[in-house]
Design a protein around this ligand. Sequence first.
Ligand SMILES: [Fe+2]
Ligand SMILES: [Fe+2]
Length: 313
Amino acid sequence: MVGGCIGGERVQTRLSTSAAVGRHDITPAKPTSSLTSLPLTWPHKGWDVKVVQEVVPSHRKPRNLSDRIAWRVIRLWGMDFLTGMPSEQKAGNNYRAMSESQWLVRFVFLETVAGIPGAVAGGLRHLHSIRRFKLDQGWIKTLLEESYNERMHLLTFLDMYRPGKLMRLMVFLAQGIFYNTMFVGYLLSPSFCHRLVGYLEDEAVATYTKCLDEIDKGRLPQWTDPNFKIPDLAVKYWNMPEGKRTMRDLILYIRADEASHRGVNHTLANLDQVSDPNPFIEGHSNINHMHLAAVRPAGLEREEVLEKYALKD
Ligand SMILES: [Fe+2]
Ligand SMILES: [Fe+2]
């Protein structure tokens, strides 16, 4: 299932008319632009340029049966199949690179799914806290902030791509299935769900890395056109500096966010789900928690968390 043919969607290229390379219609509408006048609920802390460049795809080796099941689930029902990602290795000379619109279809679908786990986990932990009269060990905010961050990814891409009816139906069904599965799954085994999300984020980092490779190989000319403008919302949310506002810069920022989710979720999966502190809680250390998570692809080990990041009274 690929790109521009799902439900007759149109892609907003945001190229100036003269610079358009003519593969898609150009529409002036900006569905998310009105949001740029609203204050951000959770402003992004920004990215260190060095960290952003250093993010690499990784795979945390499963260490037990639960890990192996989580990894299999992600591989078997992986997004490559659902969104028609071609493999250059397998296709060889028959490889056909994905167009900008096909990448946007993939991103939009991935991000509609990616925004669910943090909201489910944060919501359930919130309910648990008020039902059991217990503190949450600092987990809720990080989880809700993760789902907000994913939603900002989605809103950014929606400024460049307008889903058609079929795509909307797919998102509706995927959301219904994934939300409810995640809800029940998190009640049964929160650590399994965090591991599953960790592996999903491994895949997200790989996807954005592949997109960066394609940009660097010159296969996505609309995005490297000097007249291409990324959405205002993205500039505001990531506080992107002047001169660093290309599509490549934007993908680098988003990939770094995914790397951060990867580190957070693999770490949370390593912890005791009831009693251990969230080491990424803000103000807990002077280290930017997103940076800390991004540079630890397999997450922090439990002993390390308890030793260095135990909550102090
Ligand atoms: Fe995302
Ligand atoms: Fe993510």
